[in-house]
Design a protein around this ligand. Structure first.
Ligand code: GLV
Ligand code: MN
Ligand code: MN
Ligand code: MN
Length: 404
């Protein structure tokens, strides 16, 4: 199966026929179908499949005579990405890295390459955090960046805990957490990903860094009541400070040179003719440095409290996840840039499993040009020729790192 056939096989999975957006949330039927696709592609190539305790999957191409229990000291070269999506996401964010990884392995084999280090293709679980709220949950658990007890208790929109969902998927929720054996076998991680802004003007680039980013939850508590009979003076309407908080996020971002987004809100009970009893809104804030991001969140929090006071609405703020600046491994990045003949090197505002892995193993990223610059949307795009340039670049990188 070439790149195009693999791409075509995944394309309909979880796609909304009306909007064209993808809904592949971790361990829901479309994402399970993507996982089954991954397993069948791995088996087709005779790769050794490993499921870790955290819901991540690995397909290993072991050197001749090699075994999973006896990796060379320098460890494996691992590539791959994720198969889950945001609500209404694009086709490329995640799957491009996984499909390209299989295609690169095929090219190496066609060329008769004999890896001296294992090559692994990874699929990380719940990268988008679209179901349980914490982005890169699988790689955070693997690397110890989240407390397993906290992860077990995370709930999805229907009230199912992460522990329940793992159990139903045949995994032991008690076993999640850092996996030093697996981390010790990963010599380096190179994730190929579609570029998600307008910064890349050539087919393939290399990442320098990921800007600090995080997610915060604001809970506004008011009093549900009738929309027709409740006098304005008697209302405790949480929608009003919520509206103030959305505007405050934009203004704080402008003041601090950051970006701040309120893209998700839950209104309870959600009736046209009922004053809401509570509103939960999620703030995504990112910026050039920790201080600017922290200041942005603080200013939004203060504005929300000021807006809430006259309406006698309570405000609670909780940090759901935070990732400090990630500077990718300079030696690995330079080596990859050398292999690729000096591609553009660029930072990104998007989070990735490679950024989480970077805390424990040398990590790097290849970006494939996105002509629209749009992502987390059905309009996300990469030209077929650029995708093939990405495969060629990944092939060269794996060849250099694992076979050279
Ligand atoms: C992941 O795609 C993120 O940056 O939110
Ligand atoms: Mn994404
Ligand atoms: Mn992604
Ligand atoms: Mn009525």
């Amino acid at each position: 199966m070439g790149f195009e056939e693999m791409w075509a096989a995944l394309l309909p999975v979880g796609r909304d026929p009306v909007t064209g957006g993808y809904h592949r949330f971790a361990w829901t039927p479309p994402e399970l179908e993507c996982r089954a696709w991954f397993l069948s592609e791995a088996r087709r190539r005779d790769l050794d499949v490993e499921h870790d305790a955290n819901g991540n999957m690995f397909a290993w191409w072991l050197p001749d005579g090699g075994s999973r229990d006896a990796f060379p000291a320098e460890g494996a070269v691992v590539t791959g990405s994720h198969l889950d999506s945001v609500p209404g996401g694009g086709a490329f964010d995640g799957p491009l890295g996984v499909v390209s990884a299989f295609a690169a392995v095929d090219r190496l084999r066609e060329r008769g390459a004999r890896p001296r280090r294992p090559i692994g293709i990874a699929v990380f679980a719940e990268e988008e955090g679209a179901r349980f709220g914490v982005a890169c949950l699988g790689s955070r658990l693997l690397t110890g960046a989240i407390d397993p007890a906290r992860a077990r208790a995370l709930t999805d929109g229907d009230g199912h805990t992460f522990a329940e969902v793992l159990h139903n998927a045949g995994l032991d929720p008690g076993a999640i957490g850092p996996d030093e054996d697996l981390l010790g076998r990963i010599g380096c991680f190179v994730e190929l990903h579609v570029e998600q802004g307008r910064a890349l003007r050539e087919p393939v680039g290399v990442a320098s860094s990921i800007i600090p980013h995080g997610r915060w939850r604001f809970d506004f508590g008011g009093e549900g009541d009738h929309a027709g009979t409740t006098r304005l003076a008697d209302r405790r309407d949480p929608m009003l400070p919520f509206a103030g908080m959305v505007i405050a996020a934009r203004e704080a971002a402008e003041r601090n040179g950051t970006v701040a987004t309120v893209g998700k809100v839950r209104v309870v009970p959600g009736g046209v003719n009922a004053i809401a009893s509570s509103v939960t809104a999620w703030l995504d804030a990112r910026g050039p440095d920790d201080a600017a991001v922290r200041r942005t969140v603080k200013e939004v929090d203060e504005a929300a409290r000021v807006a809430a006071r006259p309406h006698r609405v309570s405000v609670d703020l909780a940090e759901e996840s935070y990732t400090e600046i990630v500077d990718f491994n300079a030696a690995l990045r330079d080596r990859i840039a050398g292999t690729l003949g000096g591609p553009p090197v660029l930072p990104t505002g998007a989070g990735h499993d490679a950024g989480v892995l970077a805390a424990r193993v040398p990590a790097a990223m290849l970006f494939v040009r996105n002509p629209t610059g749009v992502s987390h949307s059905p309009a996300e795009f990469a030209e077929p020729a650029d995708c093939l340039a990405g495969v060629e670049a990944l092939t060269a990188v794996l060849d250099d790192l694992a076979c050279g």
